[in-house]
Design a protein around this ligand. Structure first.
Ligand SMILES: [Zn+2]
Length: 259
């Protein structure tokens, strides 16, 4: 059984020499695609592209509950959740990676809990991301000498539209670092499912632009795709090194945050 799950696309399957597809039925319907498991770096790993292998689900239509449930059904307790983001800071340019430690939810209407009751259940979300996994990811980014930031807050917007300039200025003024569309409700659902989560944000653009930098154009979908494609090998290399080092035993409190 894989204990490590990655919400990553089909580009990862080629890394597995023993890929097996699993169609997982969940109480919330079908995941975005079958989950593919196999060994990578000597570990059993489960992959699921959150948007579907052909990228057919926009961020607001992803069945996050089914995706997380399927991972848990297959035995996943550690989840790596890479995502493309817009940077809200001049110093974080395209290609930089942020090891997320907080999120702010600005989505609407997404089913975001497994706990519809009874019983009434509340989950601590003070520290949404796993400290152990975050330290591991940061160590590997340092070893690889990649531009990165060891902490960061992501504001998760509903999408699929990008931010207005006013929204982007507002997010930036709050001190938030990056803007994305998928960490919510993926991360809190994984926490409800008792998983450790690492959110690795890859900067593809500067959102609606940067104040004082008129040369920085607002983000386009094309730019996101191009920059992500140009950096996907860096991301794979990083994830491979992290997967190899995730300890078998958990020394954190992520598995017991619901009560
Ligand atoms: Zn943990």
């Amino acid at each position: 059984m894989p204990s490590i799950g990655i919400f990553g696309g089909s580009g990862f399957y080629e890394l597995l020499d023993d890929a097996t597809e699993h169609r997982v039925d969940t109480p919330y319907g079908e995941p975005s695609d079958p989950v593919v498991t196999g060994s990578w770096q000597g570990r059993e790993v489960a992959f699921l592209p959150r948007h579907g292998a052909d990228h057919r689900f926009p961020p607001h239509r992803v069945n996050y509950r089914a995706n997380v449930w399927a991972m848990r059904e297959l035995g996943v307790t550690r989840l790596l959740a890479p995502c493309a983001v817009g940077s809200l800071k001049a110093e974080l340019g395209p290609g930089a990676m942020i090891v997320l430690d907080q999120f702010v939810d600005r989505t609407t209407g997404r089913p975001d809990t497994f706990h519809d009751g009874p019983p009434v259940t509340h989950t601590s979300m003070a520290e949404p991301y796993c400290g152990t996994l975050r330290a591991l990811v940061t160590e590997e980014l340092t070893a690889l000498d990649r531009p990165h930031q060891p902490t960061g807050t992501i504001v998760v917007i509903q999408g699929p539209r990008f931010s207005t300039r006013a929204e982007s200025r507002w997010f930036s003024a709050q001190g938030w670092d990056v803007v994305g569309m998928t960490q919510y409700p993926e991360v809190p659902l994984a926490r409800e499912a008792g998983m450790c989560v690492a959110g690795i944000a890859l900067v593809t653009d500067h959102d609606a632009g940067l104040d004082g930098h008129p040369d920085v154009a607002p983000v386009s979908h094309q730019q996101v795709l191009e920059v992500f494609a140009a950096n996907v090998e860096h991301l794979k290399e990083l994830l491979g090194r992290v997967v190899a080092r995730i300890p078998d035993e958990r020394d954190c409190g992520c598995g017991s945050s619901t009560g």
